[in-house]
Design a protein around this ligand. Structure first.
Ligand code: A3P
Length: 320
């Protein structure tokens, strides 16, 4: 018999669950396919242990820089950009830049699905300050140590139609689901997708960015794509390491933009083969375009998502 009755699991706080109870707790959660529902969001079941350990143990530093995203909105790209901006003084020779030989997810790891998924309490002492980490968790589920800290949060989101198409390709390539495109779409519309509902994820950080604009930088994939250098400068300013006029004159902003561009990163050998955190590395780089959804959606699908997001974002200034 389970040591945790399912009805009780709802009342338990994360810090009350001991590691030997994780298995029972996780199997008591509602599931749909490979996803488990935990505190209003859907997580791949195999990530749940890392989510619980991260929530329980992570201690934020005031100097931390945390990249928060829903999946498939350009996380890999922004990891590369943040790493290159923050560490630019150590890597002036772009021919020897760590991004040429390391996938961005190795340089800026996920806390929940990488570091805390492999160890209950990973040793983070080797990460130099400022530490650069990432997570797909919604704001509401972040550990208290992050919410109480003044560390910087960079949030990225994307048009939900392109996000969905990107997710579909990613799941197909990694054989995560046997559902059809239409079935996966229906679930997305019900909020049943990894780290979904998508709208609740976006809103959780939006609300926080309104209250604490000096703490949370809210970025859109489409804007980053349209004017990368403008946003690179904005990011550097937000992180309190603005580009100097000398750096700008030397072309450093353009250099970092090119280094991290889809065309450049996707052609590197390190990003073309093998696996990264159990994903086919090449599946992280698909097309990198804005508006690819038009090639996949029927007018009805497009209208359905428009209606959902109009309702969910009513009363906010959020647009896609
Ligand atoms: P597409 O599937 O639309 O091509 P994530 O990194 O959050 O998993 O997001 C993956 C999406 O970001 C994919 O979108 C991928 O192609 C795109 N992407 C990856 N690297 C990029 C880059 N350097 N510039 C722009 N888009 C990039």
């Amino acid at each position: 018999m389970s040591t945790l009755d399912p009805p009780f699991s709802d009342h338990l706080q994360e810090d009350e669950i001991t590691p030997d109870q994780y298995g029972d707790f996780i199997s008591s959660l509602p599931t749909v396919g490979f996803l488990s529902q935990y505190r209003g969001f859907w997580f791949p079941t195999w990530h749940m242990q890392g989510v619980l350990s991260f929530q329980k143990h992570f201690q934020a530093h005031e100097t931390d820089i945390l990249l928060m995203t829903p999946p498939k909105v350009g996380t890999t790209w922004l990891k590369a950009i943040l790493f290159a901006i923050v560490n630019r003084k150590h890597h002036l020779d772009l021919q020897k830049h760590p991004l040429l030989t390391n996938n961005p997810h190795i340089l800026v790891p996920y806390l929940d699905i990488q570091l805390y998924n492999t160890k209950e309490v990973p040793d983070l002492t080797s990460f130099p300050s400022p530490r650069l980490f990432s997570t797909h968790l919604p704001y509401t589920l972040l550990p208290a140590s992050i919410k109480d800290s003044t560390c910087k949060i960079v949030y990225l989101y994307r048009n939900p139609k392109d996000t969905f198409v990107s997710l579909w390709h990613f799941m197909e390539k990694n054989e995560t689901t046997t559902d059809s495109f239409e079935e996966t779409f229906d679930k997305f519309c019900q909020g049943v997708n990894p780290f979904g509902p998508y709208w609740d994820h976006v809103l959780s950080y939006w609300n926080e960015s309104l209250e604490k604009s000096q703490r949370v930088l809210y970025l859109r994939y489409e804007e980053l794509k349209e004017q990368p250098t403008t946003h690179l400068k904005r990011i550097a300013e937000f992180l309190e390491c603005p580009f100097s006029s000398e750096e700008e004159t030397k072309g450093m902003v353009n250099d970092i933009s090119r280094l991290c561009s889809f065309d450049h990163l996707s052609k590197l050998e390190v990003n073309k083969s093998g696996t990264t955190i159990d994903m086919k590395t090449e599946s992280l780089f698909h097309r990198g375009k804005v508006g690819d959804w038009v090639n996949y959606f029927t007018p009805q699908m497009s209208e359905k998502l428009d209606d959902i997001f109009k309702e969910k974002f009513h009363g906010t200034r959020l647009t896609f």
